[in-house]
Design a protein around this ligand. Structure first.
Ligand code: GRF
Length: 215
């Protein structure tokens, strides 16, 4: 089993999707060994506790700078024996040192089809730009935000009457299917990093098209 630490900052709906797929499942290829939040009292922590997972709050406000915060994060992740770090709505920028230390063992989910629409507020920007397809991406983390080898992607059509809210809700549904899928591919040893790209040694498996919106 691949031992992972999940980092959150809030709602934790992606964490919930990982819990539903991997916790208490006899065939699970993944063990969530720690859920770490940089904010106390968030919903994601409640979800983790309810699932019987070990949690830890490392409040960034208690540290003088990013380097000290990341050091504490790193310590906790290593103490938990995690092999992979999974960012699930973790709203802190990580230092280059942390990213280098966890190179190719640190993944993120972004609510857009990278390399388009990096950054925040993707659903509104997609609508403003008139993009016809939107979706979500799971990728390895590199120094620059929302860059890094793409592991898996999910796509859906943008509908004429979409608002950022309706579009975002459909993307989130897709995220909840995509993240467990991507993590399973990694745990099964099917993902290989070759410079700037990730190769999935399972044809077509890193791709989801929203079935409900096909016609
Ligand atoms: C998701 O949209 C994810 O793509 C982005 O932050 C959001 C987190 O939501 N990185 P949740 O906390 O998993 O519900």
């Amino acid at each position: 089993m691949l031992r992972v630490a999940v980092l959150i900052s809030g709602r934790g709906s992606n964490l919930q999707a990982l819990i539903d797929r991997f916790v208490g499942q006899p065939d699970s290829p993944v063990e969530i060994v720690r859920v770490i939040s940089n904010r106390p009292d968030v919903q994601g922590l409640e979800r983790a506790k309810k699932a019987g997972l070990k949690t830890k709050v490392i409040d960034h406000k208690g540290f003088p700078d990013r380097a000290a915060f990341d050091e504490a994060l790193d310590e906790e992740i290593r103490a938990a024996g995690a092999q992979l770090v999974v960012l699930a709505g973790f709203m802190r920028l990580l230092t280059e040192k942390f990213i280098d230390d966890w190179r190719d063992r640190l993944i993120n989910i972004h609510p857009a089809l990278l390399p388009s629409f990096r950054g925040l507020d993707t659903h509104r920007r997609v609508l403003k730009r008139g993009a016809k397809l939107h979706g979500a991406t799971v990728h390895f983390v590199r120094h620059e935000m929302d860059t890094g080898p793409i592991i898996a992607q999910a796509a859906l059509p943008v509908l004429a009457n979409d608002t950022p809210e309706t579009l975002g809700a459909r993307v989130l549904e897709l995220e909840h299917r995509l993240y467990p899928l991507a993590l399973t591919l990694i745990a099964e040893g099917k993902v290989e990093v070759d410079g700037d790209r990730a190769i999935v040694n399972a044809p077509g498996e890193g791709v989801l098209i929203h079935p409900k919106d096909r016609d």
